[in-house]
Design a protein around this ligand. Structure first.
Ligand code: NAP
Length: 367
C-alpha cells in the first residue's frame, strides 16, 4: 500500500515573477524540456543565518550544453527533501557543503533522456545525487539503475531511498536491534525515517511510542501505522507522558531530533537501554552551538549505551535492506506517506516547510 498526499503548503503566498515563469516550464514534458534546451536549477545564493528561508535560493535557468562523451542526461522526476540538507547549506556541512552559487545537493530519481554511455540507455530509470534541478548532466558513476516498473519512481526516494527506508532499516537492524516486548520510542515519528523505523519496531514485536507534532500526525501513526501511543511534543510534556506510558522505562530510543526531546527520554530510560542517534533535526539551524544532552549521566545510572550511525557506514547491509523492504512492499506490510510539493519552484520553501513540521512522511518535490 502506498498512500500519497499532495502538499499545499504555500498556496496563499504571493509568487515572485520568476516562479510564475517556471510554473509554465514545469508542465513541459521531458522531451520538450530538452528541446527547450533548459535546465531549471535551485542555486544557493545566500547562506542561512538561522532558518533556510526562501531568499537563500534562486531557481535559475541554465542552457544545456552538447552532451559530452561519457555523460548521460537525466530528466529528474522527484527531488528528495532531506533534513540533513539543512546542514549542508552552512559554512561547515554535516556531511558535505553546498558552495555559494552552486546547485543545492539532493538525491533524486528520474529517467535518462540522452546518453553517450554504453549500457546507460535512454529510458532507464536512475537514482543518485542529481541535485535540486530539472535536468542533470553527469557521468553515470554515481548513478544507480532502479526498477522503473516497481511503482511510482518516488518509491526509490521513499521506502527504498538510502536516506529514508534504508536508513531506518539499517538503524533498526544493525544498531537498535529491538527485541519482542521492549518499549521502543522514536522521535520525528511521523517523518520519513521515523515512520519506517516505527513500523520495523512493530514487526519486531515491540511496544511503539512515537513523538511527533500535532493531532494529524498522532492520528496517522496510531490509526494507520499501528503505533501504540504518540506524544505530541508541541502540546504535551514529553518526560511526564513517557513516565505515564512507559512506567518501567524506555528500552530503545531511536532519536531523530536531539535537544530537549533527547533529554526527556534519557530521563526515562530502563536499565540497559539503547539510545540510537540517527540525527538531531532540532539542532540543524544552529550547528555551531549544538545543545548536547544535559542528562547523559542517566546512561551510567541505567547501565545504558548511546550509539550514533550513518547508513553509508554499512554498505554491505544496503542490498539486504532494499531486499527486505521490497519484500514488505510486495506483501503490503509496510507503507510510507509521501508529501509531494509541486514543481522545482517549490524547493526554496521546502526546507522551511519541513522544519516547521509540514510533512507527513517523505517530503519530495515533483518535477
Ligand atoms: P523528516 O523526519 O521527514 O522531517 C523532519 C521532521 O522533524 C519534521 O517533519 C518535524 O516533524 C520534525 N522536527 C523539525 N524540527 C523539529 C524540532 N525542532 N523539534 C522536534 N521535531 C522537529 O526528515 P528526514 O529527512 O526523514 O530525517 C529524519 C532524521 O533522520 C534527521 O535527523 C536526519 O538527519 C536523520 N537521517 C539520518 C541518516 C543517517 O544515516 N544517520 C540518514 C538520513 C536521515 P514534527 O511535526 O513532528 O515536528
Amino acid at each position: 500500500m502506498l498512500s500519497v498526499s499532495i502538499g499545499v503548503g504555500f498556496q496563499d503566498q504571493p509568487l515572485p515573477f520568476y516562479r510564475v515563469t517556471i510554473v509554465c516550464l514545469a508542465v513541459l514534458t521531458d522531451e520538450s524540456k530538452l528541446m527547450a534546451n533548459l535546465n531549471q536549477a535551485v542555486i544557493l545564493v545566500k547562506r542561512p543565518d538561522r532558518d533556510a528561508t526562501p531568499d537563500c535560493f534562486e531557481v535559475q535557468s541554465q542552457a544545456l550544453q552538447t552532451l559530452a562523451a561519457g555523460e548521460v542526461r537525466v530528466a529528474v522526476a522527484y527531488v528528495s527533501v532531506d533534513a540533513g540538507t539543512r546542514t549542508m547549506l552552512m559554512g561547515e556541512g554535516f556531511h558535505r557543503q553546498v558552495p555559494l552559487g552552486g546547485v543545492v545537493l539532493a538525491g533524486a530519481v528520474g529517467r535518462i533522456v540522452e546518453s553517450n554511455v554504453e549500457d546507460w540507455a535512454v529510458g532507464q530509470a536512475v537514482r543518485g545525487p542529481l541535485g535540486a534541478q530539472t535536468i542533470a548532466t553527469l557521468k553515470p558513476d554515481l548513478l544507480e539503475k532502479v526498477d522503473g516498473d516497481l511503482g511510482p519512481l518516488s518509491l526509490h526516494l521513499g521506502l527504498l531511498g538510502g536516506s529514508t527506508g534504508v536508513t531506518a532499516w539499517i538503524g533498526m537492524t544493525q544498531v537498535a536491534k529491538v527485541q519482542p516486548g521492549e518499549v521502543f520510542v522514536v522521535s520525528a515519528a511521523a517523518g520519513a525515517v521515523g515512520c519506517v523505523a516505527g513500523q520495523i519496531a512493530k514487526k519486531a514485536g515491540a511496544r511503539v511510542i512515537g513523538i511527533a507534532g500535532g493531532d494529524r500526525k498522532g492520528a496517522y501513526l496510531t490509526s494507520q501505522l499501528g503505533f501504540d501511543a504518540v506524544i505530541d511534543y508541541k502540546s504535551q510534556d514529553v518526560a511526564s507522558e513517557l513516565k505515564r506510558l512507559a512506567p518501567a522505562g524506555v528500552n530503545v530510543f531511536f532519536d531523530n531530533v536531539g535537544g530537549a526531546i533527547l533529554d526527556a527520554v534519557l530521563d526515562n530510560l530502563a536499565l540497559r537501554a539503547r539510545v540510537v542517534i540517527c540525527g538531531a533535526v532540532s539542532q540543524y539551524d544552529n550547528m555551531t552551538q549544538v545543545q548536547g544532552p544535559s542528562l547523559y549521566l542517566r546512561l551510567a545510572e541505567r547501565q545504558s549505551v548511546m550509539e550514533g550511525f550513518a547508513y553509508f557506514h554499512f554498505p554491505e547491509a544496503i542490498p539486504e535492506a532494499k531486499a527486505a523492504i521490497s519484500q514488505w512492499i510486495k506483501e503490503d506490510s509496510i507503507t510510507l506517506p509521501e508529501e509531494i510539493l509541486p514543481g522545482i519552484e517549490s524547493y526554496p520553501n521546502a526546507l522551511g516547510f519541513m522544519f516547521s513540521g509540514g510533512n507527513l512522511g517523505k517530503l519530495m518535490v515533483k518535477i
